[in-house]
Design a protein around this ligand. Structure first.
Ligand code: ADP
Ligand code: ASP
Ligand code: MG
Length: 811
């Protein structure tokens, strides 16, 4: 014999009813079918009762909906030959219900007993209907055999009486019995009671236990018990097998799929539970049993959470070493019917913290203040305080036992994502680590834990890309091309969750289609401003997030500090922040370190060339940078390479701009500004405290040409062509070439035009290439040379991409 329980959604529509009929009728052995009220009806009954108690006839609308829903179900799901007989049972029940609502509205009183009576109609009606949907089923009334008694203001099942009555009531066992879940009656006076919201699962477990069923099946609307609440974590997946202990821990901490008290009775008798999907009966579902030998090897099986948590803390030096304080706390709470679901006490013993539901918080504080009135008066206990609006998260798995590092990893990923743990507890059984956090961080915490414990098979990086000009556009194309490969080969999921240009922005925590993001951005109604972008990112509070700045905007660079402070990593091709004031550069680096996130800007110098990384590696391994000589302006190098007798300077500048090698305003390159910024960044990364104003300049275009507007510059610059050509020819006649070189020499910094002879490594430098010479203590006689493309959207985007991958820490 087995017990099958069908939840509200399973009996909520005509189609699902036919699935229930099919599932039950195909069982060969005797079955007891426990049913919930039609989906949503319990809420509707409670809601309508609350309207009725206000007086008047406003409740009638809700009542009508309840009537119509049941009548429609009968017409849709029940064979026409059985309908009249069923209606002759259902209509009087609905009339009774209508009268009760009327009574409530007239007297304007809604006692617990009345509300218990009202909600019982949900299961009474649904069970009658189901008993006529399934062929050969007999209807039973669970009020006759599920008995409760009042304890601490709650209806508690009287197992002795219940077991006796169930055994008698189902002897002989019918082939198919249909029983209302949830409802019961009071042992002493017969009043209708219930087992609490979601209690139909419990009804089924009680019956299965009393009748020694071979198994209990919970039929619901998901494919099984999942690694996390699928409404919060869309990558949650079905767990094949769970032990009773694991299931109990997960349910106790809010996994709504099973009502928590359900597991204990069946566990006691070692009756396996199957969680199955009424809407997908062929899915294997989840098996909960004692035999856990098929455990999937993962340390963590699932995560669950309780989103209404209040922490109550008793503190005082007078508690230290005093025996019996905790006993007084928990006795007093128990007497008031308050359930505590997490307790934490540090070994210093000067405070005890425990978690209760928000609704119990006020009462808990009140009764404890009474209990400890004297202790507070004499100062032994200094405070009893409640902190509301928190959430509790539990990670559960029997394989956590004796596996070191789980707690370390857990708290590390939370910390890196800026989630503060307010209290935590791990029982010595090591099957559950639970902790309390701010409610606002719950979604992020669940996602990040789910992700990092590889409950989902991949690691996610959530990207915000700002600036979709040349570099940004290329980056998005590269991401779009590589996304699938990274997922398949590196289990890395790059998810674009925000995108912005100077006009518009677009955010979606579920991910924006990278291939079409440009069109989606164009269609977005959200106007972009740096402030707006920052606020949205902080509001989304999304885990493992990376802000990618492909702009050249100082206003965007000004956001880094706040973002890093909110545990968002920053990857920038924008040089403004790293080359700004030394103090703010230091502050950004320190903030990133403090928050355990990254601030990466490899492409600030030499585009995709690994320069900053190399300098860091040298220094981290104990080397010292003595000298840097670098040609790091792809633009200037390009200009010096194309300029000649046939191509005057002004034309060469124009060509550099048209080829996309220069800044949109080429004066930034020509006046050395861009090289100065790069040199400052290199010097700082090499360990020197340098400001832009420290850099000595030897420019080659007279200052006067930089005054005025860009248009003035274009107009004036051809006047300088002849003089420059004369100089260039002299240099060429000496067998040399011109290079604009940045130099760091033992802390002194300088940029300027140098004549380079053919023996120098800078002599052969094609196109817009860059070259860097690093003289260090280790590379003293023969400096290290890094050379290659130093400009261009594609290589810069690739460098940005590499920084992003660097954050995921994969190889
Ligand atoms: P029923 O009406 O069948 O009793 P419930 O709504 O009580 O169904 O429980 C099933 C729901 O529980 C699912 O639809 C799902 O949204 C939610 N849920 C929360 N946590 C989990 C979990 N860990 N695994 C599966 N479902 C979960
Ligand atoms: N109908 C009740 C409720 O909605 C019991 C149940 O569905 O398990 O809470
Ligand atoms: Mg349920």
């Amino acid at each position: 014999m087995k017990v099958l329980k069908f939840g509200g959604t399973s009996v909520g529509s005509v189609e699902s009813m036919s699935s229930v009929k099919h599932i039950v009728e195909s069982c060969r052995e005797p079955v007891i079918v426990v049913v919930s009220a039609l989906g949503g009806i319990t809420d509707k009954l409670i809601g309508t009762a609350k309207i009725a108690v206000e007086g008047g006839n406003a409740y009638e609308h809700g009542f009508r909906e309840i009537v119509d829903r049941h009548i429609a179900m009968i017409h849709g799901a029940v064979d026409s030959r059985k309908r009249d007989e069923l209606l002759s049972l259902v209509e009087p029940l609905l009339d009774e219900l209508g009268n009760i609502f009327k009574g409530v509205s007239l007297i304007k009183d809604l006692s617990v007993k009345t509300l218990d009576t009202i909600v019982s109609y949900g299961e009474r009606l649904s069970s009658l209907i189901v008993s006529r949907v399934i062929d050969g089923a007999e209807h039973y009334d669970s009020r006759l055999f599920i008995k409760t008694q009042m304890q601490c203001g709650k209806h508690i099942v009287d197992f002795e009486e219940t077991n006796r009555l169930v055994k008698a009531g189902f002897n002989p066992l019918p082939r198919i019995a249909v029983v209302p879940g949830f409802i019961a009656s009071d042992k002493s006076n017969g009043d209708v009671t219930n087992l609490g919201r979601g209690g139909s699962d419990y009804t089924a477990a009680i019956l299965a236990t009393a009748l020694d069923a071979s198994q209990l099946e919970i039929w619901t609307d998901v494919d099984g018990f999942m690694t996390a609440d699928p409404r919060v974590i869309n990558t949650a997946y079905v767990i094949e097998r769970l032990s009773f202990v694991e299931a109990m821990e997960l349910c106790n901490f809010g996994a709504k799929v099973i009502y928590p008290p359900t597991i204990y009775p069946v566990f006691h008798k070692n009756i396996p539970i199957f969680i199955k999907n009424t809407f997908n009966p062929s899915a294997p579902g989840t098996l909960i049993s004692e035999d856990n030998s098929h455990a999937e090897g993962k340390a963590i099986k699932g995560i669950s959470s309780i989103n209404d948590t209040c922490l109550i803390t008793l503190s005082g030096m007078g508690m230290v070493g005093v025996i019996g304080i905790n006993s007084r706390i928990f006795n007093r709470l128990a007497k008031s019917g308050i359930s505590v679901f997490l307790v934490s006490q540090a070994s210093s013993e000067n405070n005890t913290t425990f978690a209760v539901r928000n609704a119990d918080a006020e009462l808990a504080v009140k009764v404890l203040r009474e209990e400890f009135r004297h202790d507070m008066a004499v100062g032994e206990i200094s405070a009893i305080e409640a902190e509301k609006d928190l959430a509790t998260v539990a990670i559960v798995g029997e394989n956590m036992k004796h596996t070191p590092g789980i707690a370390g990893k857990l708290f590390n990923v939370l910390g890196r994502n800026g989630i503060n743990v307010i209290a935590c507890a791990q029982g010595a059984s090591e099957t559950n680590i639970s902790f309390v956090i701010a409610l606002g961080s719950l979604r992020k915490a669940l996602n990040v834990i789910h992700d990092s414990f590889f409950l989902s098979e991949s690691q996610v990086l959530n990207l915000f890309v700002v600036g979709v000009g040349t570099v940004g556009k290329d980056l998005l194309q590269q991401i779009s091309k590589q996304q699938q490969r990274l997922l398949e080969t590196k289990a890395l999921q790059l998810r674009l969750v925000g995108i912005a240009n100077s006009r518009k922005c677009l955010f979606d925590r579920e991910g924006i289609d990278v291939e079409h993001c440009q069109e989606l951005l164009d269609r977005s109604e959200m106007v972009a401003s740096p402030e707006k972008i920052k606020d949205e990112i902080i509001k989304m509070n999304i885990f493992n997030s990376v802000f990618v700045d492909c702009t050249a905007s100082p206003d965007i660079a000004a956001l880094y500090k706040t973002l890093l402070d909110h545990n968002v990593s920053v990857v920038a091709s924008n040089k403004i922040a790293a080359s700004g004031s030394y103090d703010s550069y230091r502050e950004l680096k320190q903030t990133a370190r403090k928050r355990d996130v990254k601030y990466l800007f490899e492409t600030n110098v030499g585009a995709g060339l690994p320069i900053i990384n190399t300098i860091n590696n040298l220094i981290n391994s104990g080397d010292k940078i003595l000298k840097i000589e670098a040609v790091v302006s792809g633009t200037l190098n390009y200009i010096f390479n194309v300029v000649g007798a046939d191509v005057p300077l002004s034309r060469a500048v124009r060509m550099a701009q048209e080829a996309g090698y220069s800044e949109p305003d080429p004066r930034i390159d020509l006046c050395g500004q861009d090289v100065i910024r790069k040199l400052v960044i290199l010097a700082r990364e090499a360990g020197y405290r340098v400001e832009q104003s420290d850099v000595k300049k030897k420019l080659f275009i007279p200052d006067d040409y930089f005054k005025g507007s860009l248009a003035d510059f274009w107009k004036a610059i051809p006047q300088y062509d002849a003089e420059f050509e004369q100089y260039r020819r002299q240099v060429a006649d000496r067998g040399k070439v011109l290079r604009f070189v940045a130099t760091l020499d033992h802390g002194d910094v300088e940029v300027g035009l140098r004549e380079i002879d053919s023996a120098h490594p800078f002599f052969h430098l094609e196109g817009s290439n860059n070259v860097i010479l690093l003289t260090t203590e280790r590379y003293r006689e023969y400096p290290m040379v890094i050379k290659g493309y130093g400009a261009g959207a594609e290589v810069t985007a690739a460098g940005v991409f590499a920084d992003i991958i660097g954050i995921a820490n994969i190889r």
